[in-house]
Design a protein around this ligand. Structure first.
Ligand code: NAD
Ligand code: ZN
Length: 358
């Protein structure tokens, strides 16, 4: 078991990384959840796998336990589902002292977090992430929200959880494609923050894809350390948190142009190849580093090329990102593997070359 403390201006909380649920009860008690009203919210895939186990653990600390199963998938990450959650919270007479628990992937986590941020102007929530992406990314840092009118995550709030409890064994039931998607964000952490970590990921790709217990625990730990350090320094994305968008400028454009039919991690993989090539063009990484990055992304079954889009289409789409302010494109570029910088001074020709590269 490993533990990380996340410190933000609004609250401090722990991330627990384990390969079982054995210490969950102890950690919930530690933050004062005994005898509180608790509602578990999970989706209709995850409920079949882990809801019973969680209910039996929670019934040991409270008599006031309820649960709600919501439909899975990004298509349901909207205000209609939030309404269902609010109704349940009212029905169960939850108040500011109560807890809601997000059991599932990033879709569930983002929605439960948003419901918790807004219900009675804020109550408590716990993250129990069950996808690789949610374990290393979305459950940490307090970004919550839903999609609206075709815009991803456009309605939301910053609201930190009281605890993040990761059971790496839940990954054993996750489709392989979702493991690859999570690896997109993990590779990103290595590229922007630690050459040593990138080398570790690169060296262990087959063990990772086979979900080797020890390696997964280490991997998730390293990624959570990187993500939590960044969000502790810059909770509301005024500066350094933007480095987590490495690969996302072009990645988001591709994701929208494919109408969200590619997984987010796949688009981030493509975006990272493009951003790495831009870094190479500007002499910030050499050709062997560029090759290494591509090989790493490919070793997790993530695409490094797309053939269905033309480059101008992608370029124009860059300006439709909600993070593009005053028509100024921000790119995160590598400064060698393991280090990066935020740039807004790139020429159209350079960006077009980087888009053509994928
Ligand atoms: P997801 O929540 O849709 O989960 C993917 C699929 O796996 C779903 O069908 C789900 O039912 C299923 N599933 C979940 N856990 C499972 C398990 N253990 N076994 C079998 N099936 C399981 O997707 P995701 O990739 O976890 O999250 C994507 C979402 O996260 C997006 O909406 C994205 O915007 C959001 N996100 C948020 C942040 C943030 O900082 N808040 C960061 C990155 C991504
Ligand atoms: Zn991402």
């Amino acid at each position: 078991m490993k533990q990380i403390e996340v410190k933000t201006k609004t609250n401090n909380y722990n991330i627990i990384i384990s390969n079982n649920f054995n210490s969950l009860q102890e950690h919930l008690s530690k933050i004062g959840m005994d005898h509180k009203k608790i509602c578990i919210i999970t989706d209709d895939n995850v409920s079949k796998l882990y809801l019973d186990t969680l209910c039996s653990i929670l019934s040991k600390i409270t008599d006031e336990l309820s649960y709600l199963v919501i439909p899975h998938g990004e298509a349901n990450k909207n205000l209609d589902t939030i309404n269902i959650i609010y109704k349940k919270m009212i029905e169960e007479k939850l108040d500011r002292e109560s807890y809601i628990i997000a059991l599932g992937g990033g879709v569930t986590g983002d929605m439960v977090g948003y419901a918790s941020a807004t219900y009675m102007r804020g109550n408590n929530f716990i993250q129990i992430p069950t996808t690789l992406l949610s374990q290393v990314d979305s459950s940490i840092g307090g970004k919550t929200g839903v999609d609206f009118d075709g815009y991803k995550n456009i309605v939301g709030a910053f609201h930190q959880p009281k605890l993040v409890y990761i059971n790496t064994n839940t990954l054993l039931t996750l489709p392989k494609k979702e493991i690859s998607a999570g690896m997109g964000e993990i590779i990103k952490h290595g590229l922007i923050a630690s050459k040593e970590y990138f080398t570790y990921i690169r060296a262990n790709s087959s063990k990772i894809m086979n979900l080797d217990n020890e390696i997964m625990e280490q991997l998730i730990y390293e990624s959570c350390v990187i993500k939590s350090k960044v969000v502790s320094m810059d909770e509301k994305e005024k500066g350094v948190r933007a480095t987590l968008n490495f690969g996302h400028t072009i990645g988001h454009a591709v994701e929208r142009l494919f109408d969200f039919n590619l997984l987010h991690g796949e688009c981030v993989g493509l975006g990272m190849v493009s951003a790495a090539y831009l870094s190479y063009l500007l002499n910030q990484i050499d050709s062997s580093e560029l090759d290494d990055i591509k090989a790493c992304i490919q070793s997790f079954d993530l695409p490094i090329k797309i053939d269905k889009l033309n480059e101008l289409e992608i370029y124009n789409e860059l300006y439709h990102d909600k993070k593009t302010k005053n028509n100024e494109l921000n790119f995160i570029l590598l400064n060698g593997i393991g280090s990066c910088e935020i740039r807004n001074d790139l020429y159209k020709e350079e960006i077009m070359k980087a888009i053509k590269y994928i």
